[in-house]
Design a protein around this ligand. Structure first.
Ligand code: AMP
Length: 389
């Protein structure tokens, strides 16, 4: 990696400001953590730094408090959970800047967790003075929050100007390593599978991936905007009429690289268990809700030939069984291919878990938005700001 890793830093006796992604889901009321996956994801980096003799100032955002303190979005429950997982005291700071935080930084506690950085409007404004206060007293900066790396915020970008060295944490490093492997000279044959609701969310991703991959398999509602562009019937399927022209241009650019579903599961209502049938041409009174069996066969054969695979977005309305069949089949095919596989986005992650194949995927990204921006070929501000090797 062209950027410094935490493993390149001398951490002994240093006070390290570590940006983590502790944006955990909380039950209503904000007291109970419903999944501690994000806390666990940064444990290796935290443990590594402590083992190397560092003291840690951990910082994260949680939810969207819109620049004001909000007890329902406090990181206090995270401090409790982290302390359990780490097996050593975690001191919860009353804020992320200010005299009390400075005092904690000057003390001897090994792990300090700052309060939600988004309680201050300056965080999302990437305010340099706020960033300077965050960094005050810290010797170096480590960013392990891949899920926030596509945002230029004070704790992910501006802060790097106020420390001597800024490095990637172990989770960040792993994310970048896998995403780089599948986009820069990936093992051939290389394919991408894109699904989800909208073409508009993934235009830049499609354009960039067309330059990289040998095949681009399209599923989900996004396929119907392409079908519309080809003049094929889409019935009541979810489409973006204002993106048809763009879809036409993408089709022309892609040639036979881009594959669309050849059959569809359609239903009159998009509801779990609603009566459905398989068609090749979508009738006026129904909506496409999943890829059909012939498409599954076609896509599975393409996936089996691949040596590297990038996958983002479900093939259908997978939250509503049985319309999850196409997505689950793709998940199983990706796992069975034994290829270098990188899956991104919350829905695809849920799909590989539901299919029971998460452990057969090379890398499941923790950052949906960040991984999409990376796949779109954009430089992530939180990565660009790290110190070059
Ligand atoms: P995205 O966030 O763009 O990856 O989109 C994910 C969403 O796309 C999921 O909530 C799916 O239910 C939805 N989706 C996928 N296929 C379809 C479809 N054929 N019709 C409606 N929604 C769909």
């Amino acid at each position: 990696m062209p950027k410094l890793s935490i493993r390149d830093l001398d951490l002994k006796g240093k006070l390290v400001f570590m940006r983590v992604d502790f944006n955990v889901p909380l039950a209503p009321g904000g007291q109970e953590i419903t999944s501690d996956k994000r806390i666990r994801a940064s444990l290796p980096t935290i443990k590594y730094a402590l083992e190397q003799g560092a003291r840690l100032v951990l910082a994260s955002h949680l939810g969207r408090p819109k620049g004001k303190p909000n007890p329902e979005m406090s990181l206090k429950p995270v401090a409790v959970r982290l302390q359990e997982l780490l097996g050593e005291p975690v001191v919860m700071a009353p804020d992320c800047i200010g005299p009390e935080v400075e005092k904690l930084k000057e003390g001897s506690d090994r792990v300090i967790l700052l309060e939600n950085v988004r309680f201050h409007p300056q965080e999302e404004k990437n305010d340099p003075e706020f960033a300077r206060q965050l960094a005050a007293g810290c010797d170096c900066y480590v960013n392990d929050a891949f899920g926030s790396a596509h945002r230029a915020h004070a704790s992910t970008e501006a802060i790097t100007r106020f420390v001597s060295k800024s490095a990637a944490g172990l989770l960040m490093e792993k994310e970048l390593e896998y995403l780089t492997k599948v986009t820069q000279d990936p093992p051939r044959r290389c394919i991408a599978i894109l699904g989800g609701a909208k073409v508009s969310d993934k235009i830049e991703v499609i354009e960039n991936l067309l330059k990289i991959v040998d095949r681009l398999l399209i599923g989900g509602a996004m396929a119907y905007t392409f079908k519309l562009a080809k003049g094929e019937p889409v019935g009541k399927s979810l489409v973006e009429p204002d993106k048809v022209e763009l879809a036409r241009e993408l089709l022309a650019k892609a040639g036979d690289k881009l594959m669309l579903p050849v059959d569809h599961v359609v239903a009159a209502q998009v509801e779990a268990g609603a009566p459905s049938r398989v068609v090749e041409s979508i009738p006026d009174d129904a909506a496409g809700v999943d890829i059909g069996p012939k498409t599954i066969e076609l896509y599975t054969a393409e996936i089996a030939k691949a040596k590297s695979i990038i996958w983002n977005g479900p093939m259908g309305v997978f939250e509503k069984p049985p319309f999850d069949a196409g997505t689950v089949a793709v998940a199983k095919a990706v796992a069975a291919s034994g290829s270098l596989s990188v899956v991104g986005g919350g829905d695809s992650e849920k799909a590989v878990k539901a299919a029971g194949v998460a452990d057969q995927i090379s890398h499941v990204s923790t950052g949906g938005g960040a991984s999409l921006e990376f796949l779109a070929g954009l430089m992530l501000p939180g990565v660009a700001a790290l110190t070059d090797k």
